[in-house]
Design a protein around this ligand. Structure first.
Ligand code: COS
Length: 412
């Protein structure tokens, strides 16, 4: 538990109680969405606003959110219908709606849902029927907590440089090495872990494995405290033995599987950033209307109006990119040519980059508008200011997204 987390709670303050009205969902009228997405958002907004989760201990709170989201059926959007999911396949627009809505109320609730999806995404994409049956229904109910273990100390942006090895033996595989920055580390029931299976082959020599926890040879006890609530740990594999059935997807196909999984979830990270930015704007508008200053209200100053205008435009620009990326994935999922794939990856990269960067600016402006209150521990804009920062880094830093977009431009 971090010191800053101690005052964080999901409960709305009296000044923001009006946020339970659903006016902030008006953007879902855009043609990217179906009626089902719109009702999903309004039902989830009403449900989330009614939850009161004590978020002072991020690990306990995260478990609590997984239980609640699982019992209420929201985690069913993280897996396909064949494994107990709500929809036939993973629907990017539903994930975007879910994350944007949850993040508006509680970034930790958003994190809990997102990790169930990201941690199990590779099983949805490449798992055998037996693997899907063994993990996905429990992910959907919240019975099993999932994690995605790709990053290493010297392999973050350069994911192909990982050094954790998996060596075949007569009974299966032996993992050796370490991972870091693993969300849900030391809480997860299983880790989808990427390891080197063909030394020297780089991105063409990595394979995915499902590592159940606890497991002899896996040490996840090294927790990493962050500036905002987010359960994180390093993993150490020391002669960690896995059966044959632990291999996930094709031998040496792990890098592509990791990238395909990230492609789905990057647009949803953008949505989480949007939810946080929309909340910051709502807080700024409420504050500007209520705060007396120089004989009028803060809202009556043109400087305030200009700032609010800039914030709203930054949010809408990011929203359009985010919804386009999700719509492209849903509408063109059957386009399997290299250029179709690249178009979806680039759209997701643009969405992730712009939405996280714009949200950081919007939240900073909202904090500035709050004056001293903005930096007081426990105010919503103060916690958002810390919550947003890691989104510009995880699941591909802004610079990685720029690289993906730039490389695509040069390859055409
Ligand atoms: N879907 C499917 N295949 C993909 C793909 C995608 N989105 N992106 C790349 N590939 C394939 C390429 O087509 C290439 O295939 P071939 O070997 O058949 O030619 C292979 O994967 C290697 O691609 P590339 O040469 O682009 O890999 P790089 O090592 O240059 O890495 C980046 C590219 C930087 C984009 C990648 O390493 C990356 O996304 N890094 C960030 C990782 C990350 O998000 N970490 C956070 C983890 S979760 S918190």
């Amino acid at each position: 538990m971090s010191a800053q987390a101690a005052l964080t709670t999901n409960a709305l303050t009296p000044s923001t109680a009006h946020l339970t009205d659903l006016a902030h969902l008006a953007h879902l009228a855009l043609p990217f969405f179906d009626p089902a997405h719109r009702s999903l958002a309004s039902e989830l907004a009403a449900w989330t606003a009614a939850q009161e989760v004590d978020e002072r201990d991020d690990r306990r709170a995260c478990r609590d959110w997984v239980q609640r989201l699982g019992s209420a059926g929201w985690l069913r959007y993280c897996v396909p219908a064949s494994a107990g999911g709500a929809l036939e396949k993973l629907d990017s627009r539903a994930l975007v709606v879910l994350r944007e809505t949850l993040a508006f109320y509680s970034p930790l609730a958003d994190f809990a849902l997102a990790m169930q999806g990201l941690g199990s995404g590779a099983i949805t994409l490449a798992g055998t029927p037996a693997q899907q049956a063994a993990y996905l229904p429990d992910v959907a109910s919240g019975k099993k907590i999932a994690a995605f273990a790709l990053s290493e100390a010297d392999a973050g942006s350069d994911a192909g440089a990982l050094r954790t090895s998996a060596v075949r033996d007569p009974r299966g595989w032996t993992l050796e090495g370490s991972k870091t920055w693993i969300s849900n580390g030391d809480m997860a029931d299983f880790y989808v872990t990427f390891a080197n299976t063909t030394p020297g082959a780089g991105t063409r020599g990595m394979t995915a494995f499902i590592v159940d926890a606890p497991c002899a040879g896996l040490d996840s006890s090294e927790h990493i405290a962050l500036m905002a609530p987010h359960p994180l740990a390093s993993l150490r594999f020391d002669q960690c033995r896995l059966g044959e059935q632990a291999q996930l997807g094709a031998l040496d196909g792990g890098f592509k599987l990791a990238m395909q999984t990230l492609d789905i979830f990057r647009a949803s990270v953008a949505a989480a950033a949007l939810g946080m930015a929309r909340r910051a704007l709502a807080e700024a508008v409420a504050h500007a209307k209520a705060r007396p200053m120089f004989g009028q209200r803060l809202a009556d100053f043109q400087l305030t109006q200009a700032k609010l205008g800039e914030m709203a435009a930054l949010i809408d620009a990011a929203a359009l990119l985010t919804y386009r990326a999700a719509w492209l994935r849903d509408a063109h999922e059957h386009g399997q040519s290299g250029s179709d794939r690249q178009e979806r990856s680039v759209a997701a990269a643009m969405a992730k980059m712009c939405a996280t960067e714009n949200a950081q600016r919007v939240i900073d402006m909202a904090l500035q508008m709050h004056g001293g209150l903005g930096v007081k521990v426990g105010t919503k804009v103060e916690s958002l200011y810390r919550d947003i920062r890691s989104l510009r880094i995880y699941e591909g830093a802004t610079e990685v997204q720029q690289l993906i977009i730039g490389k695509a431009l040069l390859s055409s």
